[in-house]
Design a protein around this ligand. Structure first.
Ligand code: 9MR
Length: 380
């Protein structure tokens, strides 16, 4: 496994001293600005050897204002739901590639890199009902089922997809145990090994990533521990996992509850991940304000300050390769329907408001990127 040249600890010093400061200065003076006078987030990220992007869904492809934000700010995209098995293969003999292909074509037409999400969502809740109802008699039967799906998808989007969130959410968020599915009933955890082997064969140039939603939250301690132990087991068995996708949703705890102790626990977790030799990716960042005050100015300020704190930590890792936001516009974000606010007002979870205007959160991320240490190696 190739390790990055700088460790997090090296980077922290680096950011404050000569090279980081010089890079920041040159970025500020020479980088192209958009018509608002802002340096696009992708330019700020690329200047530091990182990629920046967002999730996009099919209906957003015909939303001109959304598309304009994506073109201006992003270097990469990921399909919000269009590459999921429940979209592509909702019944045994139904293959619905249209929506996923539309996202892939949009990426090509706009010179955007395409991230793949996901070939095995190892959580029955989001797996098609017919897949959950499969009863395999032998491992060979289960392998054949998985092989047919993973091979088709990996080949279809190869070599366009530069990284797959190959396996998603295999660890129980309450107990840290490996989740049970119709596949694991006969294959146990080997289903994961097999999935990685298939992807390595059929998407040979893609980074292969395990993606999950463990977070800094107090309630996430068992989840964090379960994911670490799981990654250790995979690496010990020689599974070709190259990175951890850190989704970066925070759900139960609010942005103004990101205390010093929780930051310490989170840094400890990230340190342990990179010490395993893995890359890291922020794959689905957004902020939940379910229990925050109604006051928009307060909420925006607290969420921006959290965004800066969170990314200052994440960007201090040279192993961080990419940042993706889970949708760029507030009223289109999935959190509007998840854990809704009791007062019924809209949440403000992303970088742009419902009028497609940039918010303090966008500026906070821009500041964090501007002050981030330079990576010696570019992306990949
Ligand atoms: O944002 C997605 C939402 O539109 C879907 O209904 C939901 C179920 O497929 O998935 C949401 O995205 C999830 C992602 O695929 C995996 N991590 C958690 C995301 C938010 O739930």
């Amino acid at each position: 496994m190739m390790r990055s040249v700088l460790s997090r600890r090296d980077c922290l010093g680096y950011a404050i001293g000569g090279v980081g400061a010089a890079t920041l200065a040159s970025c500020q003076t020479s980088a192209p600005k958009d018509d608002r006078g802002d340096i696009p987030l992708k330019v700020l990220a690329e200047a530091k050897g990182l990629r920046f992007g967002t999730a996009v869904n099919q209906s957003q492809l015909s939303d001109e204002k959304y598309v304009e934000i994506v073109r201006r700010e992003c270097g990469s995209i990921v399909a919000e739901n269009e590459h999921k098995r429940y979209t592509i293969n909702p019944a045994p003999d139904v293959w619905n590639y249209g929506p996923g292909d539309a996202i892939a074509s949009f990426a090509k037409d706009n010179d955007l890199h395409l991230r793949g999400h996901t070939l095995l969502w190892h959580k029955a809740e989001w797996s098609p009902k017919w897949v959950n109802e499969l009863e395999f008699k032998t491992t060979a039967e289960a392998e054949a089922q998985l092989r047919n799906y993973v091979t088709k998808l990996a080949q279809r989007y190869n070599p366009q997809v530069y990284a797959w969130d190959l396996v998603n959410e295999a660890i129980d968020d309450q107990t840290g145990a490996f989740r049970e599915t119709s596949f694991s009933a006969v294959m146990g955890e080997n289903i994961i090994d097999y999935c990685f082997q298939l992807a390595q064969e059929h998407a040979p140039d893609a980074r292969l990533v395990y993606n999950d939603y463990m977070s800094w939250e107090g309630v996430s301690a068992a989840h964090r521990n379960g994911v670490l132990r799981f990654l250790e087991r995979l690496l010990k068995r020689g599974v070709p996992v190259q990175g951890l996708g850190i989704q970066s949703h925070s759900n139960a705890e609010m942005p103004d509850e990101f205390t010093r102790v929780k930051r310490k626990d989170w840094i400890k977790f990230c340190d342990e991940v990179v010490d395993l030799g893995l890359e890291i990716y922020v794959t689905e960042f957004d902020v939940n304000d379910t229990r925050m005050t109604k006051d928009i100015a307060y909420r925006d300020q607290a969420m921006a300050s959290y965004t800066k704190d969170y990314f200052d930590i994440m960007l201090s890792y040279s192993e961080l390769k990419e940042i993706l936001i889970w949708g760029m516009v507030d009223d289109q974000n999935w959190l509007q329907g998840f854990m809704p606010r009791t007062d019924g007002i809209a949440k403000r979870p992303t970088l742009y408001d419902e009028n497609y205007k940039p918010k303090a959160m966008r500026q906070a991320l821009a500041n964090s990127l501007q002050h981030a240490p330079q990576r010696e190696q570019g992306f990949f």
